[in-house]
Ligand binder design. Structure first.
Ligand code: PMP
Length: 360
């Protein structure tokens, strides 16, 4: 059996400090203890020998109620990752065009390679502390490439940029194929594409992805879901494996919804830590953090990657290093080091700022 210290959050590093993982955009906080206790009690009544409800009916109804939609607008999956995979299965064929911004969630590019489809890209530009992209160019690509699938993460991973809602509405209106609006981090921002559509007028080509992995702090349980029209849901159902979400995760999600306020308070705390972290980093000479609507921030540094990596290793902190080739940047920015830093606890971010300070 694993020792308790290994099962709990974090591992010890060489200096016996707790290692801190700021590399996977996880929530630094586990769920409410009362939620776990409810789940533990509920497990006594679950029959592990039975398959889950193939329709995921109770969970779909609960998620629909929470969003003001119908159960027929909801598809649940084994993490948001599975929803994305289902989209490739349902709506692309080898050689299809798939349009996206770059950089974006790495899984989009990975799936483009294995399916295989043609990746069409409009790049983000980074200049003067701003993340931007050419909206007109993106809209033009809808007619010139006629993509079967458009993939947009809002907020974008790894820049933290929240795409303008008017732009998204135009993409949905003009797109000849299916449009994914990936809202994995939506609770850390302030609005949603769902604010514009109800059950009756849900666009037939829109998929809104959500997950319990980020704001809800339940990444280990692998619960993702999608809001779509009824027609689009039928297409997703054709490629969904029948018992894709296990009974424990289904129960956990149902119980979690009762703790929405608890989750929102945690999210508010993470937002404050994020905004403080971004301000603190940007005060350091040679460092800059970009504004973010998610639970991570894009950081740019003049310091070389090897030095940063070693310093983080010694201090037991993990962040994600990004390939500079993924960005369209001006002049000297090509020589910079790029990191994506997940927002952890206040003390974790303090430790990280001190490391950056020593390198600046
Ligand atoms: N979308 C985006 C933009 C993500 O960053 C992630 C996970 N990092 C996911 C979807 C998938 O999340 P999960 O499979 O944990 O639900």
């Amino acid at each position: 059996m694993l020792p308790n210290a290994m099962l709990k959050d974090g591992f010890l590093n060489d200096n016996s400090q707790l290692r801190v993982f700021l590399d996977k955009n996880e929530n630094p906080y586990d769920v409410a203890p009362a939620l776990k206790e409810e789940l533990r009690m509920r497990m006594q009544d679950l029959s592990f020998n039975r398959y889950p409800d193939m329709e995921n009916r109770r969970l779909r109804e609960a998620l629909a109620l929470d969003a003001g939609l119908d159960a027929d607008n909801v598809t649940v999956a084994n993490g948001g990752d599975e929803i994305i995979q289902m989209l490739f299965l349902a709506f692309t064929k080898p050689g299809s065009n798939v349009l996206m911004l770059r950089p974006c969630f790495s899984q989009y590019c990975y799936l483009c390679k294995i399916f295989p489809v043609k990746q069409k890209i409009v790049p983000f530009k980074l200049s003067a502390g701003e993340v931007s992209f050419d909206e007109e160019k993106f809209l033009d690509c809808l007619s010139s490439y006629s993509p079967d699938l458009v993939l947009l993460d809002r907020p974008n991973n790894p820049t933290g940029k929240s795409l303008p809602l008017d732009f998204l509405k135009e993409v949905i209106r003009l797109s000849p194929g299916v449009v994914l609006v990936d809202e994995a981090y939506v609770q850390f921002g302030y609005d949603s594409i769902l604010d514009f559509y109800g059950s009756c007028d849900f666009p037939d080509n829109l998929v809104v992805l959500r997950t319990f992995s980020k704001a809800w702090g339940m990444a280990g349980l692998r619960i993702g879901y999608a809001f779509t029209s009824l027609n689009l849901r039928k297409a997703l159902e054709r490629v969904r494996s029948p018992f894709n979400l296990n009974i424990i995760s289904q129960e956990a999600a149902l119980i979690a919804l009762k703790y929405k306020e608890w989750m929102e308070n945690r999210v508010e705390g993470i937002r404050c830590t994020r905004d403080r972290f971004i301000a603190d980093v940007s005060k350091l000479p040679g460092w800059r953090a970009y504004p973010s609507a998610a639970n991570f921030a894009l950081v740019e540094s003049c310091c070389d990657i090897g030095t940063i990596r070693e310093s983080l290793r010694i201090n037991g902190l993990e962040v994600k290093f990004l390939n500079p080739a993924a960005f369209e940047t001006e002049g000297d920015k090509r020589n910079k080091t790029w990191l994506r830093v997940t927002i952890g606890r206040e003390e974790d971010m303090g430790r990280l700022i001190n490391i950056f300070k020593n390198l600046s």
